[in-house]
Design a protein around this ligand. Structure first.
Ligand code: PRX
Length: 669
């Protein structure tokens, strides 16, 4: 097995032309970003348009120490700008009007289109005018539940043009989850599509939105307007059937089709000048307790950081074609499908479908079709594609590729090597990017022309980022060692707060170790100073790159009247990275049988979404608890993987529970 001693140097040809072409150049730039952050980021900020100039004397202020006062971060406070203006108008003015912003590739290979910067600007202005017509103003929240289509991007940018705050929800979340998020942010308007094909599966998006809006109405919040893109009728269905938009249920007075209101709207719309610290968008992420957290990003710092990470981490050059496969409903889709690429006048591919349709080589077909230079995907996708014949990769011409990205979870060395050798032909750099919804952009990552790669390590901090490892007592671990991964200062795109809940922001991220932003992940530093993220140290699970909390799944399981108690742990999974292994204790009258297992799996699908479905549900007549009643999850994790080396169990109230649970593991689990 490769170890941390296995190091791969960047391809010299790539290094030669890269923005950052050696470790020493990286170190020099990094040091400047730490020693003189105002100058470092100030020089970059100058490349953007500021309607009210930046005050360089007060470029950046923050407090990370809860014992000294409220937590805050400000960059370029008081300066005004508009991110949409910078992404579109500025690029059109700089001669990129006819440049392709997006190649859209549909689920079905017969469906594709393209959009230039100029045309994108026009479409965005049209929709921005529609939003204004519908009464949406600066600061209002707009909920978005969309497939991977161009209108999704138009919607996001139209919001930012008028200062509305978009709140995208991944269109794989259930109606319940979506309703909870609409309610929390009190969205006035919702944008969706009638539906979309993902492979051979039809997603009925509008009907999920209808259910979600009905649930919101029951709780007293009425979405005023729902704009629906009639998408199904214009694409090729896997069965070749035609879909008519007449079939889409529309509620008069509330629902309106995109094509009935957008084309006639005016193609110019004056941008709303926003303060650098005005909200840009919010995005929900699971919290380890209770409700999802509405992570709030602001305008100026996010813009500057998204642009800078995109440029350096993907080494994007003006004629390159870039493709990030992430769904726009996640932070990766925000920063590295929309904001980062557009800020650099990049040409990107936007792909609607799955890696497996119509065949298991669709990704490589698309890379070849558009001559993609930078390809960015998740380890779970790589692992699922590794299973197939190598020929599915090798039969395509992938010689355009230069940089291969990975995001969302640790990439195991086997997957790394497959990606590096088979896809990248040992010519490409792999950038294993560690970051979070909260961080807004990459925080640990190699740079493709400069940093030698170690499979499984996210390597080094990006400019301006200062990682620290702490032990349980909060003492800094210097040099080699393992501990809590925290950051001692903000970079421009760190989230500013949790929507409507600054207290929770402070307690979740800044209370355990005063003076630091706490990621919730552990990491190890090796002798060369490389960082290896070891995974979550809290009760969060990462299933196929989707973060969820054990508590939210447990709450759903115990809602079933037959269940008195539940404990959920993660179990390693060859494709998904981790999967859910649930222990349930039934009530006196509850019966543990196949019907209950089915009901519980279904409940999790309905309440969260299909991606959260548990793999295993085990009957647990009792759970391993300490005398004080705390469930010992460490032991449950051992049972889940059938590892009898459970360590010290002397603190358990009843240690016989452990043997019972090993004996009753379901077959095949
Ligand atoms: O545990 C880390 C893992 O994903 C978490 C963040 O999830 P989310 O906010 O949904 O954002 C995912 C996309 C940025 C982190 O706390 N994670 C993300 N990238 C990596 C990773 N773990 C290891 N290596 C990575 N490259």
């Amino acid at each position: 097995m490769p170890s941390e001693k296995t190091v791969f140097d960047p391809n010299p040809a790539l290094a030669k032309s890269a923005y950052v072409s050696s470790m020493s150049q990286y170190k020099e730039m990094y040091q400047k970003s730490i020693d003189k952050p105002d100058e470092f980021w100030g020089d970059i900020a100058k490349q953007f348009h500021w309607e009210t100039p930046i005050n360089y004397d007060k470029f950046h202020t923050f407090n990370f120490d809860i014992t000294k006062g409220p937590i805050f971060t400000k960059w370029m406070d008081g300066a005004t700008t508009n991110i949409c203006y910078n992404l579109l108008d500025r690029n059109v003015r700089n001669g990129h009007g006819e440049k392709i912003a997006f190649y859209w590739e549909g689920n079905h290979p017969d469906d594709y289109s393209r959009l230039t910067y100029k045309k994108l600007l026009e479409e965005v202005c049209r929709f921005a005018n529609v939003l204004k017509n519908k009464g949406i103003q600066k600061g209002d929240r707009v909920a978005v539940y969309m497939p991977m289509i161009l209108e999704a991007i138009v919607t996001m940018l139209a919001c930012t043009r008028i200062g509305a705050v978009h709140s995208l929800v991944f269109a794989g979340f259930s109606a319940d989850s979506f309703a909870e998020r609409i309610l929390d942010c009190e969205a006035r308007l919702l944008v969706t599509a009638d539906g979309a094909w993902r492979g051979e599966k039809l997603l009925q998006l509008k009907s999920i939105c209808d259910q979600a809006m009905a649930k919101c109405s029951q709780k007293g919040h009425n979405v005023e307007t729902c704009v629906v893109v009639a998408h199904l009728g214009r694409v090729t269905s896997p069965q070749g059937t035609q879909y008519s938009s007449n079939k889409t249920p529309m509620t008069p007075g509330r629902d309106v089709f995109w094509h009935e209101i957008v084309p006639q709207a005016c193609t110019s719309c004056y941008p709303e000048w926003m303060e650098a610290e005005d909200p840009l968008f919010m995005l929900y992420t699971s919290g380890s307790t209770g409700k999802p957290k509405g992570v709030l990003h602001t305008t100026g710092g996010y813009m500057v950081y998204a642009a800078t990470t995109f440029k350096y981490v993907f080494d994007y050059k003006q004629n390159d074609v870039y493709w990030c496969t992430a769904d726009i409903g996640w932070i990766t889709g925000h920063t590295y499908v929309v904001y980062g690429p557009l800020a650099n006048a990049a040409t990107s591919v936007l792909y609607e479908g799955t890696p497996f349709y119509p065949h298991n080589d669709r990704f490589w077909t698309v890379v070849d079709k558009y001559k993609v230079n930078q390809f960015y995907t998740a380890p779970t996708a790589i692992r699922s594609l590794m299973k197939f014949d190598d020929e599915l990769v090798t039969k395509h011409n992938l010689s355009s590729l230069k940089v291969l990205g990975s995001v969302g979870e640790p990439i195991n060395p086997e997957a790394w090597h497959w990606y590096y050798k088979l896809v990248g032909k040992e010519r490409c750099s792999i950038v294993d990017t560690f970051w979070q919804t909260e961080t807004g952009g990459h925080v640990l990552t190699p740079l493709p022309g400069a940093i030698p790669m170690k499979p499984g390590s996210a390597a080094v901090p990006f400019f301006g980022v200062q990682p620290v490892l702490l032990d349980e007592s909060g003492k800094e671990i210097k040099g080699e060692g393992e501990g809590y991964l925290v950051f001692s200062r903000p970079w421009p795109s760190l989230m500013r707060t949790l929507f409507n809940n600054h207290d929770r922001y402070e307690t979740t991220y800044f209370t355990k170790f005063p003076g630091y932003y706490c990621t919730g992940d552990g990491a190890r530093r090796d002798a060369d100073g490389y960082l290896w993220v070891t995974g979550r140290v809290d009760d969060m699970l990462n299933v196929s790159g989707h973060l969820m909390s054990t508590a939210e799944v447990e709450a759903i399981l115990t809602e079933n009247p037959a269940v008195s108690e539940a404990a959920v742990v993660s179990k390693p999974h060859p494709v998904k990275g981790e999967c859910l292994y649930c222990f349930v204790t039934t009530t006196e009258n509850g019966v543990f049988d196949e019907i209950l297992i089915k009901q519980l799996k279904q409940a999790v699908r309905e309440k969260i979404g299909p991606f959260a479905q548990p793999d295993v549900i085990q009957n647990a007549p009792a759970l391993p608890k300490t005398r004080s009643g705390k469930i010992m999850r460490r032991i449950l994790r051992k049972i889940a993987v059938n590892d009898r080396d459970v360590g010290d169990i002397s603190t358990l109230a009843d240690s016989s529970v452990v043997d019972q649970l090993f004996a009753s593991r379901p077959q095949g689990a």
